[in-house]
Design a protein around this ligand. Sequence first.
Ligand code: GDP
Ligand code: ZN
Length: 476
Amino acid sequence: RNAGGSGDTICAVATPVGEGGIGIIRISGPETLLIASRFIRIRSGIPLRTIESHRLYLADIWQADASQTETSLRFETPIDEALVVYMKAPRSYTAEDVLEIHAHGSQAGLAMISESCLQAGCRLAMPGEFTKRAFLNGRLDLSQAEGVLATIKATSEQGLAIAQRHLRGDLKQEVDQLRSRLLAMLAHLEAGIDFVEEDIEFVGRDELKKVLRETTDTIDAALSSSRTGRVLREGARVVIVGRPNVGKSSLLNRLLGESRAIVTDTPGTTRDLIEETVHFDGATLSLVDTAGLRETIDAIEREGIRRTEEAVRDADLLIIVIDATDLAQAATIFNTPLLDRGNMVVALNKIDLLTPGQIADLSSHFSLPGGGVPLPISTVTGEGLKALREVIKDSVGLRSLEPSQSVTITNIRHQEILLRCRDYLAKALESIESGTHPECVAVDLRGAADTLGEITGVITSDEVLHRIFSQFCIGK
Ligand code: GDP
Ligand code: ZN
């Protein structure tokens, strides 16, 4: 495969927009050295086209126009001094000739150097085009290219660790393995179809079933890791619920460390869901403050409650806030069928209003549905909030997300592919069980193998490639 067939030479600023110590411009393509020689002069005086691969050279960058050649460089307008490094194909990121200019990170300077590149014969790179070329040239598979993207976009240590494993090819390896097993089965099956009488059971039926089941199990295991992926992408959804005026908004503000939600003495103020993102030790939490759970005839408030119910259903963790000075009404909240679920923590708020004796008594008055212990807190004094944070981290945070030994699916595209593949496998198994003609089994087996191939990109379309690489920034 070659680089998109165009074979032109592209350039882009690879470092972020803004002032920086260093700014890097990257050139890639067959004409890299020729183009660079039109506006770059090596300080030691050697011709640019003779520089060694993978070595840094001090150089002067000049303004170029299209008419210039290395020998006719008019050294009139210097832009910057820089370090340049040439990486000869195929030992480069794109597997093409690449040259990087490490200049000072001034926006004006980088813009002028880019302009020189263009004048000297480059085309401006599209978003992700360097990585796309790496893919088209076989340097990376699609899952690794997506690992590059996830690495750049990682906002947490866990996200980075998983992205790195994808970048290094652990997903590719796993997928290749599954796929080649399916293809081997397919080959047996097709040989069988050609040579065996229709009413004779085709060869390796039991083994085929075994492979299909094992592949399904592996895919299920990978899919079960996708909650981790969603939490890494979007943060765990922690939803705060409780009756009006128990201190939900105050708690949200405490957890955020600032005043964002409106705190009032009038019950039922929070009609819209307030959603804020916080970072705890590298984990992202999306905290949702809800309208109070209660019966109401007010239409606007009813809408708020409907949204609350929705948020509760989608939550990774519920924090149920109870007013510790009003335990009589507290018990009723557990009659709400919505809250009849696993992952929740109960916070008894306003303990600053209680005597130490009353606080000691609290837990004896309380038996939680799941058998857990309620946490006494005060959003006024801050008591108990540290313990609450620990509980939150334990149930949805990093500790529950330690990257496991198996591959972790973090990408929605991969998740969707695995679900489709599992459907094919299920259909194939069904056909075998019901004694359908081997040809039908072969069709589904082929479907499963091809679907898996979409993860690594052995099977792909321009549209898919476009969707993936357009998420990259220009210069990567
Ligand atoms: P929400 O309706 O559940 O969101 O409750 P708010 O956060 O708006 O608080 C309702 C009232 O309770 C406000 O007057 C708060 O100042 C008060 N409040 C909240 N938390 C505490 C607490 O820990 N101790 C005391 N004494 N008052 C609190
Ligand atoms: Zn509120």
